[in-house]
Design a protein around this ligand. Structure first.
Ligand code: T4K
Length: 400
């Protein structure tokens, strides 16, 4: 074990020579990418609903067990198109603040007014009990987020939405390959949106998708995503170029084919994190409920600084220096970010659980390029840091 003075933050050598990032890239082998890209260049068909983009729509719908998958350029555009496809240009949408800002920004771009809701401390997602008191005559929709791939109360939010005649959409950006009671998370709500960003478990560099069983909703989403006359299926009030390119679709198809093996490897690494970090004082690692499955792309830990001896920020600082690039997702909460924080309605908003999670959550690296030995080494570092917490805290407080 290193002496407290030997940690990289105080001038020692970092544990890892290269940075280990959160959202490690799940990339297919180069020869597969080369073959796919050769085909694109030979066909000279790069975008505008080419064969790979059409194939991906079908493959992803089949993967989720839904009638329609409408692939778009990224997860943010998926949310923008989705909100418009639901038919709303104004009204209030109940949405968590504890999410990547894209969730709220996209809905706001689509004309909806966010009403920020606190989340459950256990799952980090919205609950029907928290959403109910926020419903007003202006509410048109509830937007849950399956954060970290954790199901966002699908049944109770559906019951609440039905009781008040509200639309229910789920931001499932993190949830490719995740299930709830055996059902893929894309099957819940009026629709769900996905992200295939480079850091996601299915990686198309950039990419997104809207999934739904509703034929009319799908027709509107398809019409909104493109200006092409051949893509005109429904009357809509706005359209955008949100198409997925052939390059993205090629990567997405290859990545989807490797999803199961990537999840299996993620799960093995997650189990090591769980076994090693789960019992350390002040560390709570999020794990799926018995009836749920996760893609384990995010290894999320909540730190109780009193018990751990170090705050989340102090631990993150020490780990960063060791080239263990943990992330403090998603701090600050979206309601405390521009443009919302400057708005009188949000300035004094109190969301106690969100604020606590913003202070205490840290996400550890996972994904295909990581080995189990990497995880063991990361856990060794965390364990050693916590053992020396008292001394390190004093050193950190002295050095400011
Ligand atoms: N809803 C939710 C709940 C989301 O989390 C997101 C996106 C969206 C909606 C919107 O979906 P998209 O429009 O993005 O498809 C990253 C991603 O950019 C973002 O997609 C993701 N969520 C979010 C959770 O993570 P940052 O700001 O953390 O990205 P960045 O560039 O710091 O990357 C994270 C780490 O990954 C870095 O430390 C380095 C590594 N990395 C990243 C890229 C881009 C690489 O090694 N190679 C790369 O090419 O947002």
């Amino acid at each position: 074990m290193k002496h407290p003075d030997q940690w990289a933050l105080f001038g020692g050598k970092p544990t890892f020579a290269q940075p280990l990032h959160v959202g490690q890239l799940n990339l297919p082998q180069w020869d597969k990418i080369e073959t796919t890209f050769r085909g694109i260049f030979e066909r000279q068909w790069y975008t505008n609903h080419g064969p790979l983009a059409r194939e991906f729509d079908i493959a992803f719908a089949r993967h989720l067990g839904v009638k329609h998958a409408i692939a778009v350029s990224n997860g943010t555009v998926a949310l923008m198109v989705a909100a418009r496809a639901l038919g709303f240009e104004q009204g209030e949408v109940i949405v968590p603040s504890f999410t990547f800002p894209a969730t709220v920004q996209a809905l706001s771009w689509a004309g909806l007014t966010p009403v920020f809701c606190d989340v459950s401390a256990a799952t980090h997602t919205l609950t029907a009990e928290q959403a109910r008191p926020l419903i007003t005559p202006s509410t048109v929709a509830i937007a849950g987020v399956h954060l970290w791939g954790q199901p966002c109360a699908p049944e109770s939010l559906a019951a609440l939405a039905e009781e008040f005649g509200l639309a229910l959409l789920f931001d499932a950006a993190h949830a490719v390959g995740c299930t709830h009671h055996g059902r893929p998370l894309g099957q819940f709500g009026d629709l769900a949106t996905f992200s295939f960003h480079a850091t996601k478990v299915v990686n198309a560099a950039e990419g997104g998708c809207i999934a739904t069983d509703d034929d009319e909703l799908a027709a509107r989403a398809r019409t909104i995503r493109s200006f092409h006359p051949g893509e005109h299926y429904a009357a809509v009030t706005a359209r955008i170029n949100g198409k997925m390119s052939e390059a993205q679709a090629g990567l997405a198809l290859l990545s989807l084919a490797e999803l199961e093996s990537n999840i299996t490897a993620n799960r093995s690494r997650h189990i090591i994190y769980q076994q090693r970090l789960g019992d350390l004082p002040g560390m709570r690692l999020l794990t799926p409920e018995a009836h749920d499955t996760s893609n384990h792309q995010y290894v999320t830990v909540v730190i109780d600084s009193e018990r751990a001896g170090l705050s989340r920020d102090q631990l993150a600082l020490l780990l960063d220096a060791e080239n263990i690039m943990c992330r403090r997702y998603f701090a600050p909460g979206t309601h405390q970010l521009p443009p919302f924080r400057d708005h009188p309605a949000y300035r004094t908003l109190s969301l106690p659980v969100t604020e606590r999670l913003c202070r205490d959550v840290i996400v550890f690296p996972n994904g295909a390029p990581m080995t189990e030995d990497d995880v063991v080494k990361i856990c060794d570092v965390v364990e050693a840091l916590l053992r020396q917490a008292h001394t390190l805290r004093a050193k950190l407080e002295r050095t400011g």
